[in-house]
Design a protein around this ligand. Structure first.
Ligand SMILES: [Fe+2]
Ligand SMILES: [Fe+2]
Length: 144
């Protein structure tokens, strides 16, 4: 997979997560208003968890592979960044796991935080200026 394909895949996953978050928010509000949407909300939350799990796995693997070139520069910095990134994913994951009532209660806040996380990625390592094969090659060239 080249940088362009990786970028397209991860961005499409972001879009799907955002759409799924919107569905979960809508159903959580309906639940709060007393509507009988328990099965639909359960299914929507399960789908959201699946999408987030797949995305977190792909993103961690792809970013690590792209940033750790044959003679990676700043390998320690990359490791540090990946570590922080994985920790953030784990924090989101913990917020997504819980009873339906708990997750429904915090879904808006969770959606805002997830959106901010994805928007920050889109501005940085998923930016078309960063996630390009030539840029990655230049940065991972052995400069020692
Ligand atoms: Fe991420
Ligand atoms: Fe992401």
């Amino acid at each position: 997979m080249n940088a362009q394909q990786a970028r397209a895949l991860l961005l499409a996953q972001h879009d799907r997560i955002r759409e799924q978050l919107d569905i979960c928010i809508r159903l959580s509000h309906a639940l709060h208003a007393g509507e009988a949407v328990t099965p639909e909300l359960d299914a929507a939350l399960a789908e959201l968890r699946d999408e987030v799990a797949v995305h977190n796995r792909d993103e961690t693997a792809i970013v690590a592979e792209l940033l750790h070139g044959p003679a990676a520069w700043g390998s320690l910095m990359v490791d540090r960044m990946l570590e922080e990134h994985v920790a953030e994913h784990a924090a989101f994951w913990a917020l997504l796991c819980g009873s339906q009532a708990e997750v429904a209660e915090r879904i808006t806040e969770l959606a805002d935080e997830l959106d901010a996380h994805m928007a920050a990625e889109e501005r940085t390592f998923l930016s078309p200026l960063t996630l390009r094969d030539d840029v990655i090659r230049t940065r991972t060239r052995d400069l020692r």
